[in-house]
Ligand binder design. Structure first.
Ligand SMILES: [Zn+2]
Length: 412
């Protein structure tokens, strides 16, 4: 059943001021009917009612970058230099069977729900996350990865990608989209980037790309040297013509940047790159804890926000960060931006929805949107705002997660 009425000590609609003693009414169709003070929101008979005197209701968190197919692989991958780490992840991935990938995707999604996340933007190459999302009646974008560093592989890689997107399309719903992800400039040739971009644009398919993450990647594109260049040469793959481009400019040159593009990481970014990102309308998935774990540094987040670039927060994979905890990402982001707790919570919710282009449907608690909402236990704290208290919470403080009104955590 989707219809329900929730009430709590605080309700944070994100669009609008926090409401003390607030309530939320959800209709049979899973959409929000009313939000407001407890005394004002209607009380229809014969629907489930729940009250949370020491908690806050807020929109579900939106994780704009996950690799849920890697769930369960947090242990085996040791800390390595980034190019070696990437190779190691690919080795470990090759040992998993198709059914193990599906189990991992389902478990990863359950973990997300338990941590208060109701929408994910996931990149992966097993094609299992879109199925898990669809089966759970979830919300998000599953970007099908494509690799292919050798220019001679373009036709084969594109055809393979098209086939896999076609196959996964059976899992697309009104709330689950398929996207494509040319993985990164050090795993995908320029011609393949262009070919995927052209096709995605023609088919109106969203694109996600890992970009400007490590200094090794920047060195590869700027000078054609470094560990990624060495790896290509060792495999007999011709290096890109020395482009002397920053990673973002390189993307722009291959016509990948548009308002349907999600740039994951975007750390090695200069003022011209920033301008290019802003002009193109591309969005950024900012994953501070992964960036810190790999020693990449952090992006100019404040400049992104000042330039009007849409930014969402992401966790990246368990292999990079251990536990997926979006509020911990917000606390990490707070170190490099001057945002208050309300604005940081907006980044975790409505900001993510804007970055993914789904803010008309989710990301805040307003009548008409999907009732993607969570209830978070508030630690006793004097002199702090409800947003500050939510921001201090951990995944263990998530008492309830509803997807379009349907309870998915705690699981029955
Ligand atoms: Zn990633």
């Amino acid at each position: 059943m989707r219809a329900r009425r929730l009430a709590a000590r605080w309700l944070l609609p994100i669009e609008g001021q926090p409401i003390e003693h607030g309530a939320l009414l959800v209709g049979d169709d899973g959409r929000i009917v009313a939000v407001g003070p407890e005394m004002v929101v209607p009380r229809p008979e014969n629907i489930p009612v729940a009250e949370f005197p020491d908690a806050a209701i807020l929109p579900g968190l939106i994780n704009t970058h996950t690799h849920l197919e890697l769930t369960g692989l947090a242990e085996p991958v040791q800390a390595l230099e980034f190019p070696d780490w990437i190779r190691r992840v690919r080795q470990v991935k090759s040992t998993r069977t198709a059914s193990e990938y599906l189990d991992a995707a389902r478990q990863g999604l359950r973990d997300c729900f338990a941590a208060g996340v109701t929408t994910v933007a996931d990149t992966g190459d097993s094609g299992t996350v879109i199925r898990a999302l669809s089966e759970s009646d979830g919300s998000g974008i599953a970007y099908q990865e494509v690799f292919g560093p050798h220019p001679a592989q373009v036709d084969e890689s594109l055809a393979n990608l098209q086939q896999r997107v076609e196959k996964s399309s059976e899992w697309v719903t009104g709330r689950v989209q398929i996207g494509v992800s040319p993985h990164a400039p050090y795993t995908v040739s320029g011609p393949l980037f262009r070919a995927v971009g052209d096709w995605a644009r023609a088919e109106r398919i969203p694109v996600a790309v890992h970009i400007a993450e490590s200094t090794a990647e920047a060195q590869f594109l700027l000078a054609g040297t470094g560990p990624f260049a060495d790896a290509w040469l060792a495999r007999g793959i011709p290096l890109p013509p020395p482009p002397g481009k920053t990673p973002v400019a390189w993307l722009g040159n291959h016509e990948i940047l548009s308002e349907h593009t999600l740039c994951i990481h975007a750390i090695q970014v200069g003022p011209e790159d920033l301008e290019l990102l802003a002009q193109s309308g591309a969005a950024v998935a900012h994953c501070p804890l992964s960036n810190l774990a790999h020693g990449h540094g952090l992006p100019p987040l404040q400049s992104f926000l000042d330039a009007g670039i849409r930014v969402g927060l992401g966790t990246d994979s368990v292999v990079s960060v251990g536990r997926l905890d979006l509020l911990a990402e917000a606390r990490a982001a707070a170190r490099i931006v001057s945002l208050d707790a309300d604005q940081l919570l907006e980044l975790c919710t409505l900001g993510g929805a804007r970055a993914l282009g789904i803010d008309s449907e989710t990301g805040s608690l307003v009548a008409g949107k999907w009732a993607d909402c969570i209830v978070v236990r508030l630690a006793p704290a004097a002199n702090t705002s409800p947003a500050e208290r939510v921001l201090a919470a951990s995944p263990d403080d998530v008492l309830l997660t509803c997807l379009a009104g349907r309870e998915v955590h705690p699981s029955s």
